[in-house]
Design a protein around this ligand. Structure first.
Ligand code: GCB
Length: 612
């Protein structure tokens, strides 16, 4: 009887702990923590009918259901009926999308179960353990040793769950992750996009060990530019706090200061003399050490200001012109999602070669290695959430999903100096409902991070005002810090020479940015007659576009053409030139630079001289 009570109480405690685990706040700066990687080979079961989750009446299976795929697949005895099992015959590499790992998965959209077994011994018994995922596309259910740890929705942002002490074992932990990348009308993104819906555990998986009381997140921003009297402000957030003060130390500046904790938060406010500002030319990062009680964490942080003043952008108080390029998180030569430092170096290295000082990370938050690499290489970043085209703007739940992704994006990267713009979406169609939806997101971004710009890529909704003047007047323009629009004159509309008479402006007294423009070209297709789909047509397009850019008004603050490299898209089905690829890249799917790459590089060289 006593044994039974103990079992019931333990089960109840576990239930409460697990329920609480689902509310875990995002832990930031995972790189600065003690972690154990769970990357590598994972076994899988492909489950398009979701048999492991629903029974034959399509009722959700109960926790202990012998046929639930989160429970052990080892038959209990020789009569145990098992119609599923994990095996080394079926394995996938984590991190990595499943589509590029086996030809049978190229177009797969649905559920796949991953399993990993691991041993684990804590450093100190008082420590706490969390399970961290860099990103999983799209819906994730996580189970450890048969118990559900939680669920996460959203394909491009990190999440973590605390593992209750009683649940983790020193030997043979059985971790099962259900991943479902089916597209949905009420999701972010929605059913329709122009990129590949790569599924799977696409980024790192780690166990994170933390002391009982620890720093969950923090933000340190340069808020006032005065060489002798620079102001750095922000906050430090604590979990399960028992510290009365926190300490901020920047050894290189000989700075060490304590701040009182109020509840679970400390406000930071100090001045730093002789600060070297972070910029694309001098991407200076400082070693910053934060301490709260027994917890200590280090980061490398750059300090700079960004502001929209009148119709100009100022970086560290100086006029900024952005020589940008849009990038998808994809390695073209392998047709797969990018996820590593090496991948980030390849993509940002190309951008550097193009004379860029800015990248637009389209259309969703990229791996953290990308924004960290941008910090060290000196590349300004526009970071976006996948509110793309026509999501269901009238649905409150959809708005909540967008807000959640926005929050996770900002929380993860708020200390990256490279990021100057949070974008809340791309080419959303004008309506009152949509403008309210997008306005709410812009406000959320500002509430979470008042130190950066908030914007969105607008669809070209232009009104001709007078001769050949296209006026950007999207009502959302009222709420953004910078008016950004996607312009494809000469590709979706007319031929490239249409640029010769076109002029652009906005009704808003704000900086004006071209967030996209581009034309397709099959790598290696040369045509003296500038035939469509040839590198020569694309080069013609870029020549005309560049000539047009030189006539832009004074508030023109830069451009991020579409796109660095060709990328997979199921919408692109020209059997000769596309075959499932959007070929607007300046670099083709073999990693070869097209003619236009060099034209844009030359223009950017000139702009760099004009706005050093
Ligand atoms: C756009 C979209 C981008 C597409 C691109 C294109 O305006 O923002 O996601 O891939 O056009 O190639 O048409």
């Amino acid at each position: 009887m006593l044994k039974k009570t103990v079992v019931i109480v333990t089960a109840l405690v576990l239930h409460i702990l697990v329920a609480n685990a689902q509310k875990n706040e995002l832990i930031t700066n995972i790189e600065g923590r003690k972690t154990i990687s769970l990357n590598g080979k994972w076994q899988y079961i492909v489950d398009p009918y979701e048999t492991g989750f629903y029974d034959y009446r399509f009722k959700e299976r109960s926790e202990n259901d012998n046929d639930a795929f989160w429970n052990s697949d080892v038959p209990k005895n020789k009569y145990d009926h098992k119609e599923y099992g994990y095996s080394d015959k079926n394995t996938l590499k984590v991190p990595g999308d499943w589509n590029s790992q086996d030809p049978k998965f190229l177009y797969y959209e649905g559920t796949l179960w991953y399993k990993k077994t691991f041993d684990y011994k804590k450093d100190k018994t008082s420590n706490r353990v969390f399970l961290y995922f860099g990103a999983v596309n799209y819906k994730t259910d996580v189970y450890l040793n048969g118990k559900k740890l939680g669920q996460h929705i959203g394909g491009f942002t990190p999440f973590n769950f605390e593992i209750p002490d009683a649940l983790i074992k020193t030997k043979g932990n059985y971790l099962v992750v259900k991943v479902d990348n089916k597209r949905g009308a009420e999701e972010i993104p929605t059913l329709n996009t122009d990129w590949w819906n790569y599924g799977g555990i696409t980024r790192d998986v780690k166990l994170v060990e933390l002391p009982a009381n620890f720093i969950t997140g923090y933000s340190l921003q340069l808020t006032k530019l005065l060489p002798g009297d620079n102001k750095i402000q922000g906050n430090i957030k604590l979990d399960n706090n028992n510290a009365s003060q926190v300490q901020v130390e920047i050894p290189e500046l000989k700075l060490k200061q304590n701040f009182p904790v109020n509840g679970s938060m400390a406000s930071i406010d100090f001045t730093a003399a002789n600060l070297q500002y972070w910029s694309p030319k001098t991407p200076k990062l400082y070693r910053v050490i934060l301490t709260a009680g027994n917890d200590r964490i280090e980061d490398k942080i750059g300090f700079r200001t960004i502001e929209a003043k009148g119709d100009q952008l100022l970086l560290n108080g100086k006029r900024l012109f952005m020589r940008g390029i849009s990038i998808h998180e994809e390695i073209p030569q392998q047709g797969r999602r990018a996820y590593s430092r090496a991948d980030a170096l390849q993509l940002l290295g190309w951008a550097k070669e193009l004379n860029c000082n800015m990248v637009r990370l389209a259309h969703y938050p990229h791996d953290e290695s990308m924004t960290r690499m941008a910090d060290s290489l000196g590349m300004l970043v526009w970071s976006e959430i996948p509110v793309y085209w026509t999501v269901n703007f009238g649905n409150e739940e959809v708005l909540e999903k967008a807000k959640q992704q926005l929050t996770e994006m900002i929380m993860r990267d708020q200390n990256r100096a490279s990021i100057i713009i949070w974008s809340v979406g791309n080419e959303t169609p004008i309506s009152e409902t949509r403008t309210n939806f997008m306005h709410t997101l812009l406000q959320t971004a500002k509430d979470l991070d008042p130190s950066r710009l908030a914007s969105a890529a607008l669809e070209v909704s232009y009104k001709a005002q007078g001769k050949n003047l296209n006026m950007i007047d999207d009502p959302l323009g009222k709420y953004v810090d910078m008016v950004a629009f996607n312009e494809y004159l000469g590709w979706y509309l007319g031929t490239p020479d249409s640029c010769q008479t076109a002029n652009w402006a906005t009704i808003y007294n704000k900086p004006l940015f071209i967030s996209e423009t581009g034309a397709e070209a099959q790598g290696g297709f040369i045509s003296t007659g500038n035939a469509m789909w040839s590198e020569d047509y694309q080069a013609w397009y870029y020549k005309e576009q560049i000539a047009m850019l030189k006539r832009m008004p004074d508030n023109f603050t830069g451009i991020s053409p579409w796109i660095l490299a060709d990328f997979r898209s199921p919408r692109r089905n020209n059997p000769t030139y596309q075959q499932g690829w959007n070929t607007k890249g300046l670099i083709d799917r073999n990693g070869r630079k097209k003619k236009s790459f060099f034209l844009l590089k030359e223009y950017y060289g000139e702009m760099e001289k004009m706005y050093p």
